[in-house]
Design a protein around this ligand. Structure first.
Ligand SMILES: O=C(O)CCC(=O)C(=O)O
Ligand SMILES: [Fe+2]
Length: 360
C-alpha cells in the first residue's frame, strides 16, 4: 500500500473449524503465473476448465500479503461495528427502492423462509467510492479502500476476465472494455457480517442463512475467511462446503458472464448455511468484490460466443446490465417467488424477460 494506514481496531475471527466436512474439490489457480506467456496460456486452460467443471475456484498469489489481508478485514469491521445505529440509518442504501448496492443493508431486510428474516448486515461501496458519502468512522480508511478497490479491479478482475476470454479462444481484451473503471456501473466492494441466529430461526429455515442463488454480475471475488458456511450446488445436486485457504480468493461466475458467453460459462448456484458446531455463536465477516459490466452493456451473447444451448432469452430481449441488476436487487428477498412443480426447494421469479431461480 502506498497510502497512509491509520490504526484500526483488530478484528478477531472465529477459530478454524475442527470438523471433517464434505468439501467441494476445487482447483487452485496460481495467479502469479500470468506474468509469463507460457504461464498465462496454462492458466487460461486451468481457469476455463475450473469454471466449466466446478463453477468455483481458488486464486492464490494474487499479490496482497497475509498482513494486507488481515488489515482489510480489520477495516471491513469498522462500518459494521464502529458506527451507531442512527448513523447507519443515515447511510441506509434503501436497496429495494434504488436497485443499487451502495450503503447499508440492515438486518432483517430479506425474507428467508417460513416468516424468518435474515441476520445479515452489509456495507456496500461502489467502485467509485466518491459517488456517495460514508460514515465518519470509515473516513480515515477511504484512501486505502480506494487502493483496495483498484487492486481488485485491475489486478484481479481484469486478469481473470482476460483468462476467461483466452479460455474461450477469443480476443483476451473482449471483456475489458465492458468493465470500465470510470464508467457508470455497479461493480462494488462489500463488507458483510452474518450474525448468529436463534435455534428457532435455524429450525424454521433448515439452517439456511442466505438462500441458494446465482450472482448477477460476471465475476465475484470472495476474500477467503475462516467461518465455513458457503456451499455450492455440485453437478450431482449435492451441496458441498467451500473450504478455507488463508489469504486465498474464492472466485465464481454470475449471470452476466453466462449471458455474454451464451452459456459457455455458467453462473454457479451457492448458498450460506449455519457454520459447523465448532464455529457456532461467532459472527462471520466477509469481504467481496462483485464485478459486473457497466450499466449500459446489453447482456446478449457476444458475436464470438458459441451457440447458446440452455438459452435464457431471445437476443433481442436481452436486458442491459443496469436494468437486470436493478431488477435483481429490488426483487431479492422481497417479492413473490413461485415453487417449481414437484420441486419443493426451487423457486422462480421473472426479472424482466429473464427467469431467475432461488434454491433452499
Ligand atoms: O458469504 C458468502 O460466503 C457468500 C455471499 C454471497 O453469496 C453473496 O453475497 O452473493
Ligand atoms: Fe452470492
Amino acid at each position: 500500500m502506498t497510502v497512509s494506514v491509520p490504526p484500526v481496531p483488530r478484528y478477531v475471527p472465529a477459530p478454524t473449524a475442527t470438523e471433517q466436512l464434505d468439501y467441494a474439490d476445487l482447483p487452485i489457480v496460481d495467479l502469479s503465473k500470468i506474468n509469463t506467456p507460457e504461464g498465462k496460456a496454462e492458466l487460461a486452460t486451468t481457469v476455463r476448465d475450473a469454471m466449466k467443471d466446478k463453477g468455483f475456484f481458488y486464486v492464490i498469489n494474487h499479490g496482497l500479503t497475509p498482513e494486507q489481508n488481515e488489515r482489510i478485514f480489520n477495516v471491513a469491521n469498522v462500518p459494521l461495528d464502529q458506527v451507531s445505529d442512527e448513523e447507519k440509518m443515515k447511510f441506509d442504501g434503501k436497496l429495494q427502492q434504488t436497485g443499487s448496492y451502495q450503503g447499508y443493508k440492515p438486518r432483517q431486510y430479506w425474507h428467508v423462509d417460513n416468516g424468518v428474516r435474515d441476520q445479515i448486515e452489509h456495507y456496500n461501496m461502489n467502485k467509485d467510492l466518491h459517488r456517495k458519502g460514508h460514515p465518519n468512522a470509515l473516513q480515515p480508511y477511504l484512501p486505502e479502500l480506494e487502493e483496495f478497490i483498484k487492486y481488485n479491479h485491475f489486478n484481479i478482475l481484469h486478469p481473470l476476465l482476460r483468462l476467461l476470454a483466452l479460455g474461450m479462444n477469443i480476443d483476451e481484451e473482449t471483456f475489458i472494455p465492458l468493465h470500465n473503471f470510470d464508467r457508470v456501473g455497479e461493480t462494488f466492494l462489500r463488507f458483510m457480517k452474518y450474525h448468529p441466529r436463534s435455534e428457532d430461526d435455524e429450525a424454521k429455515t433448515k439452517n439456511v442463512w442466505l438462500k441458494g442463488h446465482t450472482d448477477f454480475g460476471t465475476v465475484s471475488i470472495l476474500w477467503s475467511q475462516p467461518v465455513v458456511a458457503l456451499q455450492i450446488l455440485c453437478p450431482d445436486e449435492k451441496w458441498r462446503y467451500v473450504n478455507y485457504i488463508p489469504n486465498a480468493l474464492v472466485i465464481n461466475a454470475g449471470d452476466a458472464l453466462e449471458f455474454l458467453t451464451g452459456g459457455f460459462y455458467r453462473a454457479t448456484i451457492h448458498r450460506v448455511v449455519q457454520p459447523p458446531e465448532s464455529q457456532r455463536g461467532y459472527p462471520r465477516l466477509g469481504v467481496f468484490y462483485f464485478g459486473m459490466p457497466d450499466d449500459d452493456v446489453k447482456l446478449s451473447p457476444l458475436p464470438d460466443a458459441p451457440e447458446w444451448v440452455d438459452r435464457r432469452f431471445k437476443n433481442e430481449e436481452a436486458p442491459t446490465m443496469g436494468d437486470y441488476r436493478k431488477g435483481r436487487i429490488i426483487a431479492y428477498g422481497n417479492s413473490e417467488t413461485k415453487k417449481v412443480d414437484g420441486k419443493e426447494t426451487v423457486e422462480v421469479q421473472m426479472i424482466g424477460n429473464v427467469l431467475v431461480k432461488h434454491y433452499n
